[in-house]
Design a protein around this ligand. Structure first.
Ligand SMILES: [Zn+2]
Length: 420
């Protein structure tokens, strides 16, 4: 084992790391110990282990076999600096280390004692349009940033107990949630899952007053599409996973024209019926009271706009070759996930089945915004077991970091999010 290496302000990288060119750190098995200040270099895993930092269980210490820590180019680009405040944080883990900085929203996962995972809520500048392509067999998956918004932390961390909040060093006031959409290209067909938030986050005060919204920004879906070389008019299928504003708020442009004018739309009958009949006095999760009139108005405006070009599905259904909608109720009563057959495997777009990686490690915890918490809990656990057994590629609308793709692996009695 090599000597310990001290990096940046207060960071001690223990064992097995060496300093590479340009200040980069090349890591093997190692642990980062101490108060993580601002890292000034890049820690790059020499190898990737499917087990993540499972070795932490034995020694109460994380190992960096699958772990990289990044604040690459921090010196050159201070906006990408990463700060972690927790003294018990051991490992800063980022996927796609080599390409991460450009596509990274300022979120990182911290993998800590006993396999804990943290999201560092350091969205230091408003998100920008971006896309990410991944080809699997005959299918091209394109992740598209629509931006993101700062939420009241209590709305997301729901029933997380105080000791959990302390252990994970969860932000008490607000949490940035990325909004990322998935586009599926198969042959000449372009299937977009949801239509984005529109101007919901511009400014963020209209959604969540009283928070610091300097980093909230939405309506980036079309710029991200254009950056990927795709015109909105080319989209021929739109699947609506559910009718919350961050998923249907982008249905119409500023002149109230459909943003995707040549698409046919599909949504669950139950979701459609719910929002069309919803009573602002009782609809939705209690945590969203005060927002319900806006939720209902946004949903109805979006759904009204596609009447006449929408198919309402009753349950699980193949909606295009190799693409299925599957009922996953709980977050909303008609919530659907999208399954994509690609290269002999199944890829899942779980939309808002999980809105934060924390809920994968602790399935007994849940966000306060689930409409039917019991149902959501059961559906989540079933899905985690299925995704882990299949070692499936999973996409989550809010499951950063960008491009919101990863795998769910078994982790003791629970599971863990491992971004690709
Ligand atoms: Zn959402």
């Amino acid at each position: 084992m090599r000597d310990n290496v001290r990096v940046g302000n207060n960071v001690l990288v223990q064992g097995g790391l060496s300093v590479g060119p340009a200040g980069a750190l090349i890591g093997g098995d190692a642990a980062v110990e101490g108060d993580l200040g601002v890292l000034g270099g890049l820690v790059r895993p020499r190898r990737r282990a499917a087990s993540g930092c499972r070795a932490a269980d034995a020694g109460n210490r994380c190992h960096a076999g699958a772990v990289g820590a990044v604040a690459h180019r921090a010196a050159a680009d201070p906006s990408r600096r990463l700060t972690a405040t927790s003294v018990d944080a051991r490992i800063l883990r980022l996927p796609s280390v080599h390409g991460a900085p450009a596509s990274w929203h300022g979120q990182a996962l911290l993998c800590c004692d006993r396999g804990m995972m943290k999201t560092v809520n350091q969205q230091v500048k408003p998100p920008a349009a971006q896309f990410h392509r991944q080809v699997i067999g005959e299918v091209e998956l394109i992740a598209l940033s629509d931006g993101g918004i700062n939420y009241p932390a209590a709305m997301i961390f729901g029933n997380v107990p105080p000791e959990g909040a302390t252990r994970y060093d969860l932000p008490g006031r607000q949490l940035f949630l990325p909004y990322t959409l998935l586009l599926i290209r198969r042959g000449r067909s372009l299937t977009l899952c949801d239509v984005g938030a529109g101007d919901l986050g511009n400014p963020g005060d209209q959604a969540f007053p009283g928070l610091d919204h300097r980093t909230s920004r939405t309506n980036l879906l079309v710029p991200s599409l254009l950056a990927a070389g795709i015109d909105p008019g080319e989209i021929n299928i739109v699947l609506i996973t559910h009718a919350h504003p961050d998923h249907v708020g982008g249905m119409l442009d500023a002149e109230d024209r459909l943003v995707f004018p040549n698409a046919h739309y599909t949504i669950a009958q139950r979701e459609w019926d719910y929002w069309m009949a919803a009573d602002p006095a009782t609809a939705g999760a209690a945590a969203l009271r005060g927002h319900l009139e806006q939720l209902i108005a946004t949903a109805r405006k979006a759904l009204d706009a596609i009447a006449g070009r929408v198919t309402l599905v009753q349950g699980d259904e193949e909606v295009a070759p190799g693409i299925r909608l599957e009922s996953t109720p709980g977050h909303t009563l008609g919530h659907m996930m999208v399954t994509i057959a690609a290269g002999g495997q199944t890829v899942y777009n779980i939309s808002d089945l999980v809105v934060h990686p924390l809920f994968i490690e602790h399935p007994q915890w849940a966000p306060a915004i689930d409409m039917d918490a019991g149902q959501a809990d059961a559906v989540r656990r079933r899905f985690f077991a299925r995704a882990a057994a299949e070692n499936a590629l999973v996409f989550g609308h809010h499951l950063g970091p960008f491009p919101n793709l990863g795998r769910i692996v078994q982790w003791g009695d629970a599971w863990q999010w491992q971004p690709t």
